[in-house]
Design a protein around this ligand. Sequence first.
Ligand code: HEM
Ligand SMILES: *[C@@H]1O[C@H](CO)[C@@H](O)[C@H](O)[C@H]1NC(C)=O
Ligand SMILES: *[C@@H]1O[C@H](CO)[C@@H](O)[C@H](O)[C@H]1NC(C)=O
Ligand SMILES: *[C@@H]1O[C@H](CO)[C@@H](O)[C@H](O)[C@H]1NC(C)=O
Length: 527
Amino acid sequence: MSANLSENYLYQVLLLLIVAILCWLWMRKGNKLVTASLPPGPRGLPIAGYLPFLGKNLHHQFTKLAEEYGPIYKLWLGSKLCIVVSSPSLAKQVCRDLDVVFSNRDPTIAALTLTHNAMDIAWSSSGPYWRNIRKLFVREMLSNSNIDACYHLRRQQVMKTIKHLHDNCGFPVEIGKIAFMTEFNAFISMIWGGTTSSSTFKGGDHDDDGHGAEFHVISSKFLKLLELPNISDFFPILARFDLQGVQRQANEILAELDAFLNSLIDTREKEKAKNGDGDIGKKDFLQILLDLKYCPDSDIPINKTQMKALIMDILLGGTDTSATAVEWAMAELLHNPEMMRRVQEEITQVVGDKSLVEETHLPKFRYLDAIVKETLRLHPPLPLNVPRRPSETCIVGGYSIPKDCKVFLNISAIQRDPNVWENPLEFRPERFLGGEEGSKWDYNGNNLHFFPFGSGRRVCAGIPLAEKMVSYILASLLHSFDWHLPQGGEAVDFTEEFGIVVKKSTPLLAVPMQRLSDDLANLLCMI
Ligand code: HEM
Ligand SMILES: *[C@@H]1O[C@H](CO)[C@@H](O)[C@H](O)[C@H]1NC(C)=O
Ligand SMILES: *[C@@H]1O[C@H](CO)[C@@H](O)[C@H](O)[C@H]1NC(C)=O
Ligand SMILES: *[C@@H]1O[C@H](CO)[C@@H](O)[C@H](O)[C@H]1NC(C)=O
């Protein structure tokens, strides 16, 4: 009897203990939710969120919001919760302390369709797949030796541009377009121009030989689609109705592109079967990928779909961004003739006037390097970074950031922080010169006061190539020509146009004048 009683008593105590523990656990969880609220932000309409208020000029609207709500604020775009972070210390929490949590992306419908459901680097979710394909890209395709090995392909395209400009001396040209075509042709050439006939030089028509032109048409449709915000992205419930036909359009473009890339890859595979491994040492990216596919002991298997997705990443991630950087740099130099004179002097001192700029000269251009860095500080081509998506709910700056929302880092705001940069709105390359102070800045995103290529494990995968291409094109434009604004110098317009990539809203027009020696110029004419 007494044994029974004490047993009962024991049960009761145990039960109480369990209830107490559960209560404690529950309260702890509850507390967390109670203490951390969402960041501040406008309320918007209940269903549509803030979408109806974002007029055409998104940029100014955002500026107002940022001023009103401070370094972290929320915004409902439809049913999508967006968070904008714009202070270095909060950015550090996102990209450093919580890097693993924040290393997912939030691809739009167009992005998903165009990359075969995120088979690429930029849009795939973090995990083993992303890690492997990124490793393949960085180690195999963008290794120093590979970048050097395809220098001749970049050089060919830059020469072609110089010749084109030389033929147009005295007439205004659109700098952004020239830079875009050069970057674009150089990338295409590096991807598949190394061994096919499309790499043979054709003078005259700047807008390219066969493949390039065809691809350009497809991919400009493609870029437009990627840039447009679309209703289904903000109201996932509506996605299956495809109200605006985004999915359909994306599928159409993808089909065109796919047919094009398929034929390219098939041709190459046939060539390879016929000729074996000829032409070693002049590999383009496609060849590197095909070699990996057929290499029996490659630890990273790669199939055709992945190849195509990777190619898209390079073309979409690399061309517009780099070309925009070149355009902004030229705009600033045209606006600051003293800097223009100084950088041209530096380049000529290294290169002389009897030969053209080569990539091997680049490390010697210290002032040019400072100009590129200052351009990327004041005009980062991706001012809101590529949005991140937290894989779990977490706390940033004391606020709760829910799982799966869309997080923007306002790189542009952070790189203009007056506590770090003296007169932040002025273009002053000198900041990046001079001893320890200047050389502490690099592109790797380690210092969150300057990170035009992002930061953390999702940092831009193309930095070494981007750095080379921007400087090389810029140096070549500056060495071969003197530049002035049309009609003796109207002011340069610095208004920005909002998009994924922020460009000048009016394209920069400038007039090239021959600067090379006559001998060299004559040589160019003969190419
Ligand atoms: C001036 C030129 C460029 C700028 C300013 C730029 C900037 C960026 C930024 C801000 C990101 C997002 C980083 C983050 O989330 O923290 C990014 C990602 C990426 N960029 Fe670039 N980029 C440039 C050129 C290139 C080039 C030339 C390539 C390819 C050859 C490239 C390939 C990529 C890829 C693949 C990613 C996705 C990385 C990932 O999600 O793991 N970019 N870039
Ligand atoms: C980012 O910061 C810049 C400069 O302060 C501002 O003009 C822009 O509107 C901000 N963007 C967002 C989305 O808050
Ligand atoms: C995406 O949405 C915008 C604005 O709603 C619209 O103007 C545009 O046509 C849409 N894009 C496509 C490809 O349907
Ligand atoms: C290519 O590989 C990926 C990842 O391993 C896989 O998901 C995809 O289905 C493959 N595609 C084809 C066409 O084999």
